[in-house]
Design a binder for this molecule. Structure first.
Ligand code: DON
Length: 303
């Protein structure tokens, strides 16, 4: 497969686009990002890396991190996790609150904000140094000790994350949060503020395309866990646009309001895109279009 040629074609088509969506402005530090950035990286089953555009430039991964906290929590508590968070798509925006009230504080799935807050609570309870251990977990999978949090973005979100405070207090009121809200949200805002490039994202998320083993072939998750995490990405990774992403692209994946998307085809490849402009559902506009082109041009998708 000529992945490099295909990425170059997608790059050339994408950078001409005038309609790029809007940068997330509810987190002040993300509102500054240049709308014209565009990058892609893909790692194939042999571990060969292909890139185009701004693939080496780091950005705020935001909700893409929710897959990694879920993975670490799965390793630590296994299926007990499912007592506290469900695995059904919500059909609602990522920061919606009404289902949480109706369903007594048990979030629909771990990839909406409320679900990720419960997963963060589990990590805070389980780990002595949650932020450091989480960072080491990612650095080890990616074989890249330079990956770190952007504390300025974390602080920026702490000042404006009113809906996350509302969700956390609602969850706490139903008895589904063990730790205090500020401690849990401090961890959550840091995980969202991870800075990674498309290249670093594919080096990390390759583990989900490679049956739980990283590029250096060390095991991080067992096959049953990877199967489940990929299923959750497919059904819940794009919030109320998960159906549209499956329809257009046909891969499990996860987006973030920093404009990144990661997607993968088991045993074949892991791909990441970055274009900061978002569509009205909070997913990268050009990123979704680029991934639709990738699965159309390669004729490779889970379907
Ligand atoms: O909690 C928030 O609202 C952000 N830190 C993350 C949201 C996000 O990335 C949703 N993804 N599309």
């Amino acid at each position: 497969m000529n992945y490099q040629g295909i990425l170059s074609d997608i790059y050339n088509e994408s950078v001409k686009k005038q309609e790029r969506g809007e940068v997330a402005n509810y987190i002040p530090d993300l509102a500054q990002i240049d709308l014209n950035k565009f990058g892609m990286a893909l790692v194939d089953e042999k571990g060969t890396l292909y890139t185009c555009g701004d693939a080496k430039e780091q950005f705020s991964v935001q909700s893409i991190s929710k897959v990694l906290t879920l993975s670490l929590a799965f390793r630590l508590v296994g299926d007990d996790l499912l007592q506290r968070v469900g695995v059904e798509p919500s059909g609602d925006p990522f920061n919606h609150l009404s289902l949480l009230e109706q369903e007594q504080g048990k979030p629909r799935n771990p990839l909406i904000n409320a679900g990720a807050i419960v997963v963060a609570d589990i990590l805070v309870s389980q780990l002595k140094n949650p932020k450091e251990t989480f960072l080491e977990f990612i650095q080890n999978i990616a074989n890249d000790p330079s990956i770190t949090f952007d504390t300025k973005v974390a602080q920026s979100e702490k000042k404006t994350g009113f809906r996350n405070y509302a969700a956390a207090y609602l969850i706490k009121s139903f008895g589904n949060l063990e730790n205090d809200v500020d401690t849990v949200l401090d961890f959550y805002f840091h995980q969202c503020a991870l800075r990674m490039s498309c290249e670093q994202l594919v080096n990390t998320y390759y583990v989900f395309a490679n049956r739980g083993k990283c590029l250096q072939n060390n095991p991080y998750l067992d096959l049953a866990q990877v199967k489940r995490i990929n299923a959750i990405m497919l059904t819940c990774g794009f919030y109320d646009e998960a159906g549209e992403f499956a329809f257009e692209v046909g891969l499990p994946g996860k987006s973030g309001v920093g404009g990144g998307i990661v997607a993968l085809l088991p045993d074949k490849f892991c791909v990441a895109t970055w274009s900061p402009g978002l569509n009205p559902k909070g997913n990268s506009k050009l990123g979704m279009e680029a991934l639709e082109k990738l699965t159309t041009k390669t004729r490779l998708s889970i379907f």
